[in-house]
Write a protein that binds this ligand. Structure first.
Ligand code: NDP
Length: 246
């Protein structure tokens, strides 16, 4: 099943959840995968071992994406180990929900730091360093469009990520690099399940015409499409992967 692409992909926030599914899928598709994480070293090591046991290639890379120097060091390490980077999947993210009137500064600052500044940090390195023919995939969210109450700050950070997606796709003209975003709907991971009550999980599960929550593998399939040969002509787009919610 492994297609050896000789290509290298950095997946941020890949120790668990959607990022881990993306890393596993890209490894199965033949990419050498850099498994970035902030605190989850044990999870990242376990995933690397799982990928290697399946015949793939992966290394763990600790870096808080909100720290520009740490992100630059991660790209340095990937280039030193594998000679270059072809794909960036900007997946690391946090979600804290509250009515805007109840949001404290920490809620605002932390989400801007990880989701928006973190994406900026990795996009800046990728736009300087990605090899010809590269791919960038940013994780947005279908709340950009749905605009449910309680999501003002989170949606604002993801709207910013979509804006950078559109601009960078144009700035990379001439290098054969595509820049797209995947915008999941509710997906069964810690980020979603921890932020919701059982009642709201039930309500959100029914929202999609397909009547289930997204699975990390559903989102990984969309990212794999944009990372691989079939996605070559898609550029500057936001692909909503949400079972039809919006
Ligand atoms: P999880 O909370 O399950 O996983 C988040 C991952 O991001 C972990 O691997 C975590 O690693 C990592 N991470 C968190 N902060 C940092 C940081 N500062 N630097 C580096 N890595 C970090 O989230 P999901 O898998 O659910 O979400 C993945 C992406 O998908 C996010 O961008 C999210 O906004 C988006 N999304 C998710 C939806 C959902 O319903 N689940 C819906 C729409 C979008 P560690 O613990 O090691 O720090």
């Amino acid at each position: 099943m492994n297609r050896d692409t000789n290509k290298v992909a950095i997946v941020t926030g890949a120790s668990r959840g959607i990022g881990a599914a993306i890393a596993e899928r890209l490894a199965a598709d033949g990419f050498t995968v850099v498994i970035n994480y902030a605190g989850g070293a044990a999870d990242a090591e376990t995933l690397v071992a799982k990928i290697e046991a399946a015949g793939g290639k992966a290394i763990p890379a600790q870096a808080d994406v909100s720290d520009a120097n740490a992100v630059a060091r991660m790209f340095d390490a990937a280039q030193a180990a594998f000679g270059g980077v072809d794909v960036l999947v900007n997946n690391a993210g946090i979600m804290k929900v509250a009515r805007l009137a109840e949001c404290d500064d920490a809620l605002f600052d932390s989400q801007v730091a990880v989701n928006l500044k973190g994406s900026f940090n990795t996009l800046r390195e990728a736009s300087r360093r990605l090899r010809e023919g590269g791919r960038i995939i940013n994780l947005s969210s279908s709340v950009v469009g749905l605009y449910h109450p309680n999501y003002a700050v989170y949606a604002a950070t993801k709207a910013g990520v979509e804006a950078m997606t559109h601009v960078l796709a144009k700035e990379l003209r001439g290098r054969n690099i595509t820049v797209n975003a995947v915008a999941p709907g509710p997906t069964a991971t810690a980020l979603f399940l921890d932020a919701n009550t059982p009642e709201s999980i039930e309500r959100l599960t029914k929202l999609a015409p397909l009547e289930r929550l997204g699975r990390p593998e559903d989102i990984a399939a969309a990212v794999a499409f944009l990372s691989g040969p079939d996605g070559a002509w898609i550029n500057g787009q936001v692909l909503r992967a949400n079972g039809g919610i919006i």
